[in-house]
Structures are given as structure tokens and as C-alpha cells.
Design a protein. Structure first.
Length: 104
């Protein structure tokens, strides 16, 4: 599932709520967050930012919310806490990406 937001802190808080609700329903959720420019063609979002978010989600474990450094930097001062997850190289992206686990 892809969801878009008008701010990264809202995306993180929504991901937390979805993860909590899914756990109560015994559903497995893996979340990846990135922010950037998206294309919107024929009613669908696409582009680099969408592709990177998908790759980050694939890297996350069940119940985890992983975010790119870009997201982490943009929510500074929001009270959201992160833990270093490590650097990953994703095919078709520019270099390595630092990922952060959203702490609960």
C-alpha cells in the first residue's frame, strides 16, 4: 500500500497507528518512509521517491518503521525518536542510504 502525506511527521504517526492496529488484528506490516518529489500520472504516484520508499519497506522487519535520513532530518524537533539502522545500497539508487528505525 502507498500513502502520501503533506508532512513526514504525519506519515510517521500514521505508520505507528497502522502498525499498532495491524498487530491487534494479527496482520504483518512492514513500513518504509521516504520523502521527495513524486510523479502523478493517470491517477497513480510513481518516481524515485516512491521506488525508494518501497525498497526501504522491503528492508524493514515485521512491525518496524524504517525511514530514510531525509525523513529523519525533516522531523527534527517533533519529538519523534530514531535509532540508527545502518546504511544500505539499493539497486537503481544513488549511492548508499542511511536508514533509521522509528523508536516507540
Amino acid at each position: 500500500m502507498l500513502a502520501t502525506f503533506d508532512g513526514p511527521a504525519r506519515a510517521i504517526r500514521c505508520a505507528m497507528a497502522i502498525t499498532d492496529a495491524a498487530r491487534g488484528l494479527n496482520l504483518k506490516v512492514k513500513t518504509g518512509l521516504h520523502t521527495g518529489e513524486c510523479d502523478f500520472v493517470r491517477g497513480e504516484y510513481s518516481g524515485f521517491a516512491v521506488n525508494l520508499a518501497e525498497k526501504i519497506a522491503a528492508e524493514s522487519g515485521v512491525g518496524e518503521i524504517l525511514a530514510s535520513r531525509t525523513v529523519k532530518d525533516l522531523v527534527a524537533g517533533s519529538g519523534i525518536v530514531f535509532e540508527e539502522y545502518g546504511e544500505r545500497f539499493f539497486a537503481d539508487t544513488q549511492g548508499e542510504w542511511r536508514l533509521f528505525l522509528v523508536k516507540r
